[in-house]
Design a protein. Structure first.
Length: 172
């Protein structure tokens, strides 16, 4: 799953334009770790949320009492983790600048890779031979809505944090 879902967007993130003001920042100290406490905390919080949200989706659908509850729960969890990861891609376009300052369309490669990956996930749950191979079932609009609502905090909370942090830095 990671090779298919993360490969294209990882390459596209590598094509991200350089952040404004990067040359005005002092260099990192030679002994400073690549991941500081803030970075580790962000990884733990985002990764924890993505994992817990996926498990919650699975159990919510498993306990729904719907026909094919197990297949539906597996499909929603599978799709949920893909969508959560793909929403998280936008957080890593910049570690400091909010997406609104970067410009949503400033890296068309990320948008293309994101769209292609989500398109492949849609195929995995609606194309009959892929449904059979991957043991998926079609999702309805309510299922997609639930996944989107669960995925939005990954972007919104991180963007609010970046916005508040960038305001704090510029006012200092």
């Amino acid at each position: 799953m990671n090779l298919v879902t993360d490969g294209m967007t990882a390459v596209a993130l590598g094509l991200e334009p350089v952040e404004k003001g990067v040359m005005q920042r002092p260099p990192r100290a030679a002994r400073e770790p690549i991941l500081n406490r803030q970075g580790i905390l962000m990884i733990l919080l985002l990764g924890g949320y993505i994992g817990l949200a996926t498990l919650w989706l699975f159990h919510y659908y498993l306990d729904s009492g719907q026909e094919n509850a197990v297949l539906l729960a597996q499909t929603v969890a599978f799709t949920g983790i893909i969508v959560l990861e793909k929403v998280n891609v936008f957080n890593f376009r910049s570690l400091h600048e909010p997406l609104l300052r970067l410009g949503f369309f400033s890296n068309p490669w990320v948008l293309a890779a994101w769209s292609l990956t989500i398109g492949m996930q849609v195929c995995a749950i609606y194309v009959p031979f892929l449904q059979e191979a991957l043991h998926t079932v079609p999702l309805g609009w309510q299922d997609w809505g639930m996944i989107i609502v669960i995925a939005l905090p990954v972007l919104v909370v991180t963007e609010i944090y970046k916005w508040l942090n960038s305001r704090r830095i510029t006012s200092a």
